[in-house]
Design a protein around this ligand. Structure first.
Ligand code: HEC
Length: 155
């Protein structure tokens, strides 16, 4: 009888031991995913846009990436004049883009947007020279704004 009690007691404590180490593990896993959550957290500045503004902005952005694609394609064929037109009309500081940029409350974002579109006009100007190296450099300058803004801001 005594032996049985000891065996049961032993099993019980082993059982507890397993349980607590399992809890430890769960805890550790939880902590791990917590750290991961911190890691993937989007720490960029939010613009706090309305749903309608979000869609409008994304549509604009898709037009920007399409313009860059067209410009690169035209450059590969020596189509500098057409590429220049696209730079002015799709990336440049048109009245529409000026209005759009000025509608943002965040001053840094607004200024970055305006500087970006000015660089689009400068790209249009450079493309007219039909100088490939200068044109690629100007396109790179414009794309630096894409990269910089995306690294800093989110919707
Ligand atoms: C002044 C800031 C700014 C500049 C400059 C800018 N963007 Fe964006 N773009 C944004 C923001 C903000 C978003 C939304 C990102 C988010 O919320 O994750 C975005 C999103 C996008 C998207 C995603 C569109 C979608 O439908 O999901 C693309 C593509 C994009 N930008 C392309 C470009 C390209 C190409 C350029 C440069 C030629 C550019 N952007 C310049 C601010 C900018």
């Amino acid at each position: 009888m005594r032996k049985i009690v000891i065996v049961i007691g032993l099993l019980f404590s082993v059982g507890l031991g397993i349980n607590s180490s399992a809890e430890d593990k769960t805890h550790r896993v939880d902590e791990g995913s917590h750290h991961k959550m911190h890691f993937v957290e989007d720490s960029r500045i939010s613009l706090g846009l309305s749903p309608a503004m979000k869609q409008h902005q994304l549509a604009n952005m898709r037009a920007h990436v399409e313009a860059v694609q067209s410009i690169i394609g035209l450059l590969s064929e020596g189509g500098f004049d057409k590429a220049s037109d696209i730079a002015y009309s799709k990336l440049g500081l048109t009245e529409e883009m000026k209005k759009m940029c000025n509608s943002f409350e965040n001053e840094t974002f607004k200024n970055l947007g305006l500087a970006f579109h000015k660089s689009g006009d400068a790209l249009g100007e450079t493309l007219k020279t039909k100088d490939m190296t200068k044109s690629l450099r100007a396109l790179q300058t414009t794309m630096t704004y894409c990269v910089q803004c995306h690294a800093t801001f989110r919707q």
